[in-house]
Structures are given as structure tokens and as C-alpha cells.
Design a protein around this ligand. Structure first.
Ligand code: FRU
Length: 488
């Protein structure tokens, strides 16, 4: 892989060439994390979808493998998931890797289309695939045009459990159950007015997590709010619901009009989590893009990247249980030289600057003590040699985190790209904690230990130069700052 290409991130997955979108078929098996993805092998724009394939042993370094699934007479291969069939419930063999995907016929959003659910299996760790001769396993229902993105999980005990599929329709997620991965029975639905209802619902995921500091668990239903959604940063985004799943259907524990967003930046979409990740970890990766402008971003040889894999947990907050996302611990192994500072006063007249030249991959952690400030702002600004800048900060009185990429380099390829994005952030004390990952064109901000994330693409052609910590109408203490170079 040639990493010496303008904009190409290093520890964020990108394909060597051509177009990618959603992560698909995330499953861990025999020491490998499998990442399949929506792939168009003939150009850098979306087209007839295949499943591309990459594997990693550490979630940071990926090896691209040959295409796993290609279109056939039943259609193109849209998004879906994968499981390991340990007990041979489907009869393809013990430990078969089984993929679930949507067969799609139709050319584009305004054409007639048909979508059905199909399966394929691999007996050699995902290297070669056979499509099931009885496809589709779920035929298109009468009158439902958008019917896709099967996510399959095992529910219940090893002996007495069953398979459960979550499937997206425009405004609801449908649930099906099966003993053998081929015969599916409808068992419930959730949506129909709950949460953020604008935009087509897509790419569901369903999983159980423990609530930190308690012995309770909750189920999380993650849903892509697709084209037309007007998510917080515009365009597409990921919403989630917290509640209960009884093996048949999901119920939310929050009111119908409560909307929870997994990310407040524009560039995290179609997130999925790994099945069977070791140590019970729940790890999510998302397509780092937005359908608003995904086809126009200024990369050439390839187009599209994935976020860093993030470990998920649940935290009790004063307003309810919320999803927490942190980069997986494997990221720590990329750390090289680190510089640190402590106890620096930052005022409007006295910003604090750090040299970041010599490297485009950084992890920056910042802790501000805001005590004594009822209003004003503090934050940080990155500058590149071509004059581009990205700023982010916290408006103390308004309890609002913001990130401004309007001068971040190439922004004019789409009118919606150049913008400032906001996130509500109610701190429990006087400390603002920010963690920033920077990897060429990929920027991810984790605030308050992962309670708020903002995922943003930036396309500067300059060299990264400096980091400046600033305060506006406030006087804050930079209690801690570290800038750590990350290796490829
Ligand atoms: C989400 C999505 C899915 C679909 C796939 C097609 O980004 O629209 O619903 O399966 O992309 O590439």
C-alpha cells in the first residue's frame, strides 16, 4: 500500500484504490478481525456494489484481500453482517463463516428497485465464498422498496438460543428469528415515529452492553439516519436507542421524541460492531463520510475511509444512559515520542503554542480547568503550512462543543462541507477533557472521555505545523496537554 499519497490516512483503513462505503460483515475469527465493506472495484464513485475484504490482527494495520462477494443474477451486494456458525445450525459445516447481505436490483435512488436478503458461506476463514443455492432467504415483501442491511446475532444461551436478524425499512427496524440462518420468521418491529424520523433508516445493529459502575445491562439499537436525515452536522448520521430486547423485539426506555446521536461530526455513518470480539469487547467502526458529499471528496485513487475502531460502553449520566466511545486500546501501541505540559494559564492575551511540525499522525490530549468562568470559550487550533486551520472549542456558558473546519483546506467541492459543527456537552465538574486523533485527512475528537465524539474529514495540502491553545473572554488553566506522535 502506498501511504505517500495526498490525504491518505495511515492508521485509518482506506482501500488501495477505488470507492468504499459501509463496513460490512464484521466478525472476529481465529485471530483475525474481518472487515468487509461496500466496494466498487471499477471506479472511485459508488457503482454496482461488491464486498471488499481486509483483515487485521490488531485493528490498526489492515491487509486487503481479494473481493469476497460480487454481483450475480439476483443483484448487487449491499450491506450486511457475518457470524461464525459454531454449532453448524445451517449445515454448511462447523465454524462456517456465514455472511448476510442484501441482494439489490436497480440502478439508483429514483429507479425501480428490488431488495431481498441472501447468504453466503466460507469454510476457509473468509478467503473464498459460496453463495447459498436457495437465495434469497427472505424475499422482498410486497410494496416495500427499501428493505436491507441484515445484521445477524445469536440471542440466548448456547443450547437454547436462536439467531436474530435486524433489518432496515424506511422508518422502522424489523426483527426476524431463525434456528438455522435460512428460515426466518418475523418477530417484531421498532421505529414508526421514535427518535429522529427524517431520512431513510439503514444499517441497523443490535447489541447488549453493561452499564459502567452497575450490574445492569441495556440493549443498544444503532440506526443509520440516511439521505435526507439532516443529522446534527447535516446529511447522514448515526442515531441510537437504549432499551430492552426480549429475543423478539426491541423497546426503547426513552420517550419517543428523545433523539440520541452517536456522533456530532458529519463523517461517521453506517457504524457496525464486531461479532465475537475477544474479551467481550464491543467494537464499532463507521464509514468516515457523509452521503451529502461522499462522491465528491478530493481524493483520487481511492475514495472513502473508516473511522478508528472504537470500544463501546454505557455510562449513567444525569440525563440518562449514554453510549461512550473510545479508540480501542490497540491504538496505544502506535504511540512514539510524547511531549507533555502542565499547569499553564491560558488567557486571551496569552495563548499557548506547541510545534507539531514533523508528522501528520498525532494523538493530542488536553485538559482544561474552567473554574471561575461562567462564560467565554477555550479550545485549540491546528494550523498547516498552506494557511489552513481547524479550530475546536467549548463555549462554557452555552455548554456547547464546536469544531470549525471552514478553513481546513479544500472545502469547495460541496457547499455543505465548509461548516462549524456543534455538540451539546454538559460537564459534571469544571474539567473539560478532549482527546484528538489526527491522521492526515482523518480527524476524530473524543470529549469528556468519549461521551461526545465528532468525526471530521479535512483536506489540507499543507504540512501540519502547530497547535495553539486559546481562551476567549475567559481565563482557564491548561492542567494537562500531551502531544504524542503515532506511528503507522
Ligand atoms: C448505507 C447504504 C446501505 C446500503 C449501502 C449500499 O450507506 O445506503 O443502506 O446497503 O449503503 O452501498
Amino acid at each position: 500500500m502506498d501511504y505517500d499519497v495526498l490525504y491518505r490516512p495511515v492508521f485509518h483503513f482506506t482501500p488501495a484504490e477505488h470507492w468504499i462505503n459501509d463496513p460490512n460483515g464484521l466478525v472476529y475469527y481465529a485471530g483475525e478481525y474481518h472487515l468487509f465493506y461496500q466496494y466498487h472495484p471499477h471506479s472511485s464513485v459508488w457503482g454496482p456494489m461488491h464486498w471488499g475484504h481486509a483483515v487485521s490482527t490488531d485493528l490498526m494495520h489492515w491487509t486487503e484481500l481479494p473481493i469476497a462477494l460480487a454481483p450475480d443474477k439476483l443483484g448487487d451486494i449491499f450491506s450486511g453482517s457475518a457470524v461464525i456458525d459454531r454449532n453448524n445450525t445451517a449445515g454448511f459445516g462447523a465454524n462456517a463463516m456465514i455472511a448476510f447481505f442484501t441482494h439489490h436490483i436497480g440502478d439508483g435512488p429514483h429507479q425501480e428497485q428490488t431488495q431481498s436478503q441472501s447468504i453466503a458461506y466460507s469454510l476457509d476463514k473468509g478467503r473464498t465464498w459460496t453463495k447459498y443455492a436457495g437465495n434469497p432467504v427472505i424475499p422482498p415483501p410486497e410494496g416495500v422498496r427499501d428493505f436491507r442491511d441484515p445484521k445477524v446475532i445469536w440471542y440466548g444461551s448456547e443450547e437454547a438460543g436462536r439467531w436474530v436478524m435486524s433489518l432496515a425499512t424506511p422508518s422502522a427496524i424489523l426483527f426476524y428469528t431463525s434456528p438455522n440462518l435460512m428460515d426466518w420468521t418475523p418477530s417484531g418491529r421498532f421505529g414508526d415515529g421514535w427518535g429522529h424520523t427524517a431520512g431513510l433508516w439503514e444499517t441497523p445493529d443490535l447489541f447488549e452492553l453493561s452499564v459502567a459502575g452497575t450490574n445492569e445491562t441495556r440493549w443498544v439499537l444503532l440506526v443509520g439516519a440516511g439521505e435526507g436525515a439532516a443529522a446534527p452536522a447535516g446529511g447522514t448520521g448515526e442515531q441510537y436507542f437504549i432499551g430492552h430486547f426480549d429475543g423478539q423485539t426491541f423497546t426503547s426506555e426513552n420517550p419517543a421524541d428523545s433523539v440520541l446521536w452517536a456522533d456530532y461530526g458529519p463523517d461517521a455513518y453506517a457504524g457496525q460492531t464486531w461479532t465475537d470480539a475477544p474479551d467481550g469487547r464491543r467494537i464499532k467502526i463507521s464509514w468516515m463520510n457523509n452521503w451529502l458529499y461522499a462522491r465528491e471528496t478530493p481524493t483520487r485513487a481511492w475514495r472513502g475511509a473508516m473511522t478508528v475502531p472504537r470500544e463501546l460502553s454505557l455510562r449513567k449520566t444525569p440525563t440518562g444512559i449514554r453510549l461512550i466511545q473510545q479508540p480501542v486500546a490497540e491504538l496505544d501501541a502506535l504511540r512514539r515520542n510524547s511531549q507533555g505540559w502542565r499547569a499553564v494559564n491560558v488567557t486571551p492575551d496569552q495563548p499557548f503554542a506547541v510545534d507539531l511540525a514533523d508528522g501528520a499522525q498525532w494523538e493530542i490530549t488536553v485538559e482544561f480547568d474552567l473554574r471561575g468562568n461562567q462564560a467565554g470559550e477555550c479550545g485549540l487550533r491546528l494550523t498547516w503550512s498552506d494557511g489552513s486551520t481547524v479550530s475546536m472549542g467549548y463555549a462554557i456558558g452555552e455548554q456547547r462543543l464546536w469544531l470549525d473546519r471552514s478553513r481546513s483546506g479544500a472545502t469547495d467541492f460541496h457547499p455543505a462541507f465548509s461548516a462549524t459543527h456543534d455538540a451539546p456537552l454538559v460537564l459534571t465538574g469544571d474539567t473539560l477533557r478532549l482527546r484528538l486523533l489526527l491522521d492526515h485527512s482523518a480527524l476524530e475528537l473524543f470529549a469528556d472521555d468519549g461521551l461526545i465524539t465528532m468525526t471530521e474529514q479535512i483536506f489540507s495540502t499543507g504540512e501540519l505545523m502547530a497547535l495553539e491553545l486559546f481562551a476567549v473572554a475567559a481565563s482557564v488553566t491548561l492542567t494537562q496537554l500531551t502531544a504524542t506522535k503515532l506511528h503507522g
